[in-house]
Design a protein around this ligand. Sequence first.
Ligand code: JCZ
Length: 247
Amino acid sequence: MRVDVISIFPEYFAPLDVSLIGKARERGILDVHLHQLRDHAHDVHRTVDDTPYGGGPGMVMKPGPWGEAVDAVLASGPADPPRMIVPTPSGVPFTQRLAMEYAAEPWLLFTPARYEGIDSRVMAEYGARMRVDEVSIGDYVLAGGEVAVLVMIEAVGRLLPGVLGNVNSAVDDSFAPGAMENLLEGPVYTKPPEWRGHEVPEILLSGHHGKIARWRRDQALRRTARNRPELLAALDPESLDKHDRRA
Ligand SMILES: Nc1cc(-c2ccc3cc[nH]c3c2)n[nH]1
């Protein structure tokens, strides 16, 4: 997968050099290209923002530099355009299902904004040629889109074939479509069996895989009911068996 990011703070993406995503890049699974938006602002101050039409607080990012920057990215890549992803609090929710959809794409272009956002004509211009998604990573407001892009690249990158070892495959993720969809993962434990008077639940030491799976599902249902009751309400009743109703 190729990923391009255009930003006035490309240094924000240093974390993509380390850990899981860093290794995926070293192994050629992920090909990340960072671009400085200001390279496409040609006045002496390399200005990328201006006052909003219609008044109001803050500044808006000018369409000119974005247009030149996106055109340069498109010209440097494959004939088939990328999927353009614009982080914004006003976007559709970023979910595990959307992460899986993005993980199937050959090329993603992220356009994190600053200030009050990007002149809407930029999304209109490219929306005529490619999928342009305005995406929110949650109902809170960041100072810019870069952190949201880091979140999405990590959530998508870990799903790419070869990135996660088989031992921690994404199949059992919380929210992943299938058995765990709309369920939170339950508690996890490792050695030692007793720590500061806290013991590991006996069932997990039993070696009885059927009972362990049952216990883990019960724990997932309980945690979901406690922390995210609205997810439980969204569960397909058909997916619940008679044991689940007792949990
Ligand atoms: N989910 C979410 C996205 C954002 C976001 C995205 C872009 C910009 C640009 C300036 N402030 C921004 C905030 N906050 N929260």
